[in-house]
Each structure stands twice: as C-alpha cells, then as structure tokens.
Design a protein. Sequence first.
Length: 266
Amino acid sequence: MLKYHSMKNKIVHRIASFTLILGLLFITFIACSSDSISDATLEEDMNDDSDETIVTELHAAYAAFNTDAVTIYLDGYEVVIETTGLPNHETVYWGEGNDLYRKEPDVDVTPSIMSSNNNATTIRVDATPNLTGNTTSTDFNTIGIAVSGSSIFNDQEGGGALDQAAASLDWTGAHIGPGVYHYHLEPKAFTDDDEKLVGILLDGVFLYGRKCNTTGAYPTDLDASGGHTSATQYTDGAEEYHYQIINEIYSTTGSFLAFAGPYQGY
C-alpha cells in the first residue's frame, strides 16, 4: 500500500512538472509573437511616415510675403497662411481718403469698398506638394494667396467667363466681388513681365511671373497649368516644380491670366 502511494505521488509530481513546462513554453510563445507583432507594426508605421516627411522650416519664398497682412507658420505637414486680405499697393478699391487710394476713372468700380469689407482669409497648403501626376480643376473663390496679402482667383467670374467683369478690374488686374479683393490677371503691382514671385496656390505650388529666373526669358517647356521644373531665386540653385504666368494675352483684357489651372500638386 505504501508503495502504491509513493508511485502515485511520483506520477502527480511529474504531471505537475509537465504542466509547468507547458505553461512556460506557452508564455514564451506569446511573448515572442507579441514582439514580432510589435516589430511589424513599428516597421509599418515607419514605412507610413517615410511617405511624407515633416518639414521643419518654411520655404525661403515665404519670406517675400507682406508681413503687415500675412502670418505664415508650419502645422505638421501643412503650411497655414492667414491674411487680412488687404494689399500693400495702390488701387481704386481702397476708397477715397485712404493713403493707398489710386484714382482710376476708367474702372467700373464694384460697390464694395475695401476698407469696410471682410477680406480676411486663411488657407492651408501642403508643405511638400504631392506631384504624383493627378490634376484638379480650380474653383470659384480663393485659389491662392499673393505676396501682397490678397487672394488669387481663376479665369471665371460669377459662374461665367471673366470678360463680363473685365471692366471692373483695376490697374493691377484685381477687383472686389464676390467678397474679397482678388487678382484675376498678372498683378502688375508686384510682377510685370518678370520672374518675381506672385504667391502660393492651394496645392502648395508657388506661382511666379512670366519669365523664368534661370534663363531670364519666357519658358518654353510649360505644361497645361503653366508649370515646369527649374531653379528659382529662392531655391539656392536647386530645381523645383512651380508655376509661371503663361505669356498669352487673355481674351479682351489686354493682359495675362494669373492662373486658370488645373492644379498639379494635389
């Protein structure tokens, strides 16, 4: 009987030891699996992050914007541009009595007076434009912010061609309506048949005047949006994609469209 109990105890002890070993093996397997999952997840996250690099400083071209009207700062992958919308140049739309008022008797002035109008606008653009070959049409309202602080619009006005509102455009190709003072044509107040910076568009691509900074001539390699890749005065010799105002007279305006689209940087 004693021998029977002794054998029984040995069997129970072996079963307990075997169960303990199985438990330890199971825990080790789970831990290793968790480590593998964590490593895979980390690698996936790193790959996702590599698709879009966080920009740590603003592009040098932003230094050309009118600081009295415009505040520009980085927010993650985007650049935030806040503006009063009020330009730093003369126009009839400032209204009589303003220091920047310019008498323009040939302009069919729209009813709004800039000094009493709400021109404030905020846009967010990609710090690094997504130049993957996808294009997007421009729309009504603000399509970009000019270096002066005012909005840039496309080639449409009130749902139709710009021709019907051309008489209200001031000397620099801008007017008021709807809502904010904005440029449709080459803004001669700060770029007149040259390579100067015009502004930034909603897709994060910069817009320049009619001439290429690299060659000093009108570029001959522009795409349908008026864009091409070359060095600019803000890239320190490096080439980057940007828009130029296309050197073609627009309809009956006698001037050049600022930008009609499509965007290339979405």
